[in-house]
Design a binder for this molecule. Structure first.
Ligand SMILES: Cc1cc2nc3c(=O)[nH]c(=O)nc-3n(C[C@H](O)[C@H](O)[C@H](O)COP(=O)(O)OP(=O)(O)OC[C@H]3O[C@@H](n4cnc5c(N)ncnc54)[C@H](O)[C@@H]3O)c2cc1C
Length: 401
């Protein structure tokens, strides 16, 4: 199958390329090369966020009335691919990708007016407080208590594995406001300022030495009732929508394609004094091809999801398939990269991942990032719904088992 762009789409791509060429400096590109987690180093990520915001391109998939570009799904896809091709940093964009659509679907006009502009400008950085020590896959078992006192909720409890809580200004949380007949009843969706008194953040250092994860504690934290999205005890419905956005939005196949290109570069690297490289080995070439074919499958799945979304049709269980396959391909690529970097991957040198201090070339970055990226990607089959849970969804909704 061959795809070619229409003249209009090719013209759009040329415009995107011109903007990216003019706007990405070497430090931003280096930050992209040195990314080992779900977003680039936070300063670089935010600097790039603001540049996109100034241009009016930070929310490609949003409608114009909310400050989006109004682009078609195809234009959004082209822009996404071009960003990664141009080595743009991965953004920290829970606000754009998950919360914005939730506010458009379930927020009040007042909430949209209050929360959407600072999402667009980058002034508010959002994180997601769903999981708890006893509520992960079984999310509806969550127990962080929110007690209604007049026009406020008082929150007590904890959230676990909160990505980016330490650099966020706000958190969207699922809290328990009642014990319903079903666990899903009695859950409420709240928007919370991270600077609220009684809210504290404890770091969790990952296996790669990175600080992305946190535990967030709530001790009598007061949240105005006006920060509730949807009705009291009806937060599960809001959260289900957000999880659907997350599964179809978290994949970034353009980024995974770059990971594969970087792996190819690593395998074609000829160490000084040697005229052979890993890619000369047919077994390595076969593994590279296998990864490429799997990724092409994921790219096709992503296009199917986008095509459903473009006509307001729910992609349903396709998002579970996409999430599962994409995480597995990422793991496969980082595993190969770690093996290709071989003993060069062993030294633990987190300082080399700082784009402001490191002058690593793109090719050196491939080696420096191999081990931490491999370690971090182990989590890809856990977050945003573990693979076992996604396979359950597929069994029930696709195979009707
Ligand atoms: C890197 C990372 C970032 C994260 N970021 C966030 C975040 O920002 N915000 C947030 O709220 N949460 C976040 N999470 C939490 C994540 O959503 C949960 O870890 C995930 O839902 C799994 O829950 P758990 O860790 O409690 O594991 P469990 O639910 O205890 O699962 C343990 C194992 O049992 C399997 N299992 C559980 N139930 C079933 C079942 N019914 N059938 C078959 N197998 C089952 C699981 O698949 C898994 O392999 C993050 C997690 C990670 C690792």
């Amino acid at each position: 199958m061959y795809f070619s762009l229409s003249p209009e789409a090719a013209c759009f791509r040329a415009e995107a390329r011109r903007f990216l060429d003019a706007s990405l400096d070497e430090e931003l590109r280096r930050a992209a090369d040195l990314t080992v987690g779900i977003h680039a180093q936070i300063d670089a990520s935010q600097r790039w966020y603001r540049k996109l915001a100034e241009k009016g391109w930070i929310a490609p998939s949003w409608p114009v009335e909310y400050g989006g570009t109004g682009w078609s799904p195809l234009q959004c896809h082209i822009f996404n691919l071009e960003c990664f091709q141009a080595r743009a940093p991965l953004l920290c964009q829970l606000g754009i990708r998950h919360l914005g659509p939730v506010l458009m679907a379930h927020g009040t006009p007042e909430q949209r007016a209050r929360f959407i502009p600072p999402i667009l400008s980058g002034e508010h950085i959002w994180c997601q407080g769903y999981s708890e020590p006893s509520a992960g896959s079984d999310l509806a078992a969550l127990s962080l208590r929110a007690e209604r006192v007049n026009d406020e909720y008082r929150l007590n409890g904890t959230k676990l594995w909160t990505t980016g809580a330490h650099c966020s200004t706000h958190i969207c949380c699922l809290v328990r406001t009642a014990q319903g007949e079903r666990k899903q009843d009695g859950i409420t969706y709240l928007l919370i300022d991270m600077s609220s008194p009684g809210l504290t953040v404890e770091p969790i250092i990952s296996i790669s030495g990175d600080h992305e994860l946190n535990q967030v504690f709530f001790e009598d934290v007061r949240v105005p009732v006006t920060n509730r999205v949807g009705a009291e005890n009806d937060g599960w419905r809001v959260a289900k929508d957000q999880m659907q956005f997350a599964r179809s939005n978290n994949v970034n196949t353009g980024w995974v394609r770059q990971m594969l290109l970087r792996l190819g570069r690593l395998c074609h690297r000829r160490p000084e004094g040697r005229n052979t490289c890993l890619a000369d080995d047919p077994a390595i070439r076969q593994r590279l091809s296998e990864a490429d074919i799997r990724l092409q499958g994921v790219e096709m799945l992503e296009l199917r999801v986008l095509s459903d979304l473009s006509v307001n049709r729910s992609p349903g269980a396709l998002t579970s398939m996409l999430k599962t396959r994409a995480s597995e391909v990422k793991q496969q690529i980082t595993e190969l990269a770690m093996q290709a970097a071989a003993y060069h991957a062993l030294p633990f040198q987190p300082q080399l991942l700082d784009p402001t201090h490191c002058s690593a070339s793109a090719s050196d970055a491939d080696i420096v990032t191999a081990m931490p990226a491999y370690l971090n990607e182990r989590a890809a089959t856990i977050y945003s719904g573990a693979s076992e849970i996604q396979r359950d969804v597929l069994a029930k909704r696709v195979l009707a088992l």
